[in-house]
Write a protein that binds this ligand. Structure first.
Ligand code: BDR
Ligand code: CA
Length: 322
């Protein structure tokens, strides 16, 4: 029996979701919007899985799916800091959220640039008040931190999906997609002095979806359950074929699960550096797991997960959505 997600009287935790939806981003956003323990201050879109115009569209489609057209969605950076944009339509489909038949959004995009809004919001926040949840390339977040280092004061921590070390990459032999797309941004974030927790492939590949779980999402019978299961069927097919497993990983929702139930995951505080130059290993997250160097620890690098609790939590969160 899963305990209730929050108790009456709990203060909710203010978060900003920075995202490039993406079917797995979509599930993470739905889960976050459903969690009474989290207050989504806004959603910032970034170019990644698909170009910015589509990620900003998809973020709004997902808010409307969740019955939350009131959430402010901002468009951010349309390309990585110092590299041309690489996208992943071969994984996510032409729209980024293929697999669900969802209407174009009617809620409007906020007029302000995501970087400007995030900067203003962090500067106005109390000390270490806001948690940033990046689910895509770190371009928006790095731009805030590079242009306005004092904005870091308002950040409680950065909990992001990205990286991979022990099991290699998913985009090149050594690099995970989010870090590969903007390695310079990832390096800036890791050196910002803000506490960073990274949920890499090393953990997401230890929790594979099952057909039975996707069927349970579908069996919710709600418009969200039907759309989410359609997206997941589509999304999973690529990884199942690629890795020869019976199910695929569900990367981005690990960030939300970690915020809500940190004891589902386990990792180690150590140094992580990103290779930004080498054409061979660009975007590699070099994890000093054994403290072999004197480089200071800058990251809580997660490697273990209780898969069954993770999937139960995500299903529980999706259940009350319309
Ligand atoms: C990450 O890359 C994207 O394809 C997913 O949305 C996830 O954020 C996994 O490598
Ligand atoms: Ca993503």
């Amino acid at each position: 029996m899963t305990p209730p997600i929050s108790s009456p009287g709990d203060a909710s935790r203010p978060i900003i979701i920075d995202t490039d939806p993406g079917q797995d981003d979509a599930i993470a956003v739905l889960a976050a919007l459903a969690a009474p323990e989290l207050e989504v201050l806004g959603i910032t879109a970034v170019a990644g899985n698909v170009p910015l115009e589509l990620t900003a569209r998809n973020a709004r489609i997902i808010c409307e799916l969740a019955g939350r057209p009131d959430v402010a969605v901002f468009a951010g950076c349309e390309r990585p800091l110092r590299q041309p944009l690489v996208t992943a339509e071969h994984v996510h489909g032409k729209t980024g959220i293929d697999g669900a038949d969802l209407p174009e959004p009617t809620m409007s995009l906020q007029p302000q640039h995501a970087v400007e809004w995030m900067t203003e919001t962090l500067l106005a926040a109390g000390e270490r008040e806001i948690t940033l949840c990046p689910l895509g390339p770190l371009t928006n977040v790095a731009t805030v931190l590079e242009n306005t280092p004092e904005a870091a004061r308002g950040i409680r921590e950065i909990v992001c999906m990205g990286g991979g070390f022990f099991g290699g990459g998913n985009t090149t032999p050594t690099a995970e997609f989010n870090i590969f797309v903007d390695p310079d941004a990832a390096q800036i974030v890791l050196h910002s002095g803000v506490p960073v927790t990274m949920l890499p492939l090393d953990v997401t590949h230890k929790a594979l979806m099952t057909d039975d779980w996707i069927d349970q999402v579908r069996a919710l019978g709600t418009r969200t359950g039907i759309a989410a299961s359609g997206m997941l069927d589509f999304y999973e097919r690529f990884d199942v074929e690629k890795y020869g497993t019976t199910g695929g990983p569900l990367h981005d929702p690990h960030v939300i699960a970690y915020l809500l139930r940190p004891d589902i995951h386990r990792g180690r505080h150590c140094n992580v550096e990103v290779e930004t130059r080498s054409p061979l290993t660009r975007g590699m997250t070099v994890v000093d797991w054994w403290h072999l160097t004197d480089r200071p620890p800058n990251c809580h690098y997660i490697t273990e997960v209780d898969s069954s609790r993770f999937y139960t939590l995500i299903l529980t969160l999706l259940t009350p959505l319309p």
